[in-house]
Ligand binder design. Structure first.
Ligand SMILES: [Fe+2]
Length: 203
């Protein structure tokens, strides 16, 4: 018997469908297959009504917009909405190159992973929401990472040029690479998928 909530299954299937209709490079495809193979069986969903931060209120309007305007991401947006009360929200400390508005201007929400709607240790799948004109600090972590952009916004890897993958854009951060992101005049929302979760969780 699968203990997974249909709310989580729906999200996984919607995300998988987006990736299967996106052209992926080999590193991205391999990281994603590790993620999805790890989560073939599920766990019960966390209780609803968890702590949020004011910036989390920016998520639903972005999902509304995607449902209205983006055929490719509509199912993901629809699947994310009922998960919102179950998500484990956190904020990280500012770090290198963070903007002054960073603390109040961001939150990270774990969907599947430690403290997430489906609480487990072997993957991290979640989202980052940022208000307008927020710069997320440069950081790195041992697990590789795949991003799925749900809004416009810019990313940087190492010393490379900033790039906006576009709404629905997918890219891969190799293990340990220094990376950062920044929003423009609108809020920024992105999903991330990380196979393998070493401790400590955030660095
Ligand atoms: Fe990251």
């Amino acid at each position: 018997m699968d203990a997974r909530s249909p709310l989580v299954s729906n999200f996984i299937e919607a995300a998988r469908a987006v990736f299967s209709s996106t052209k992926l490079d080999d590193h991205t495809a391999s990281a994603l297959s590790d993620v999805f193979e790890t989560i073939t069986s599920g766990r019960p969903i966390s209780r609803a009504g968890r702590e949020t931060f004011p910036v989390c209120a920016l998520v639903e309007p972005r999902l509304d917009e995607l449902e209205r305007t983006d055929e490719g991401l509509r199912d993901v947006a629809q699947a994310m909405r009922p998960l919102l009360p179950h998500i484990g929200w956190k904020r990280r400390q500012p770090g290198k190159n963070a903007s002054d508005n960073f603390m109040d201007g961001h939150a990270t929400g774990m969907i599947i992973g430690p403290g997430g709607a489906e609480d487990r240790e072997d993957v991290w799948i979640g989202m980052t929401i940022m208000g307008p004109n927020v710069r997320y600090p440069d950081h790195s972590h041992p697990p590789e990472e795949v991003y799925l952009a749900l809004s416009n916004g810019a990313f940087r890897q190492g010393e490379n040029e900033w790039f906006d993958p576009g709404i629905g854009g997918v890219f891969h951060n190799p293990p340990g690479i220094v990376h950062g992101m920044r929003s423009g005049d609108a809020p920024m929302l992105a999903l991330w998928f990380l196979p393998i979760v070493p401790a400590p969780a955030w660095n």
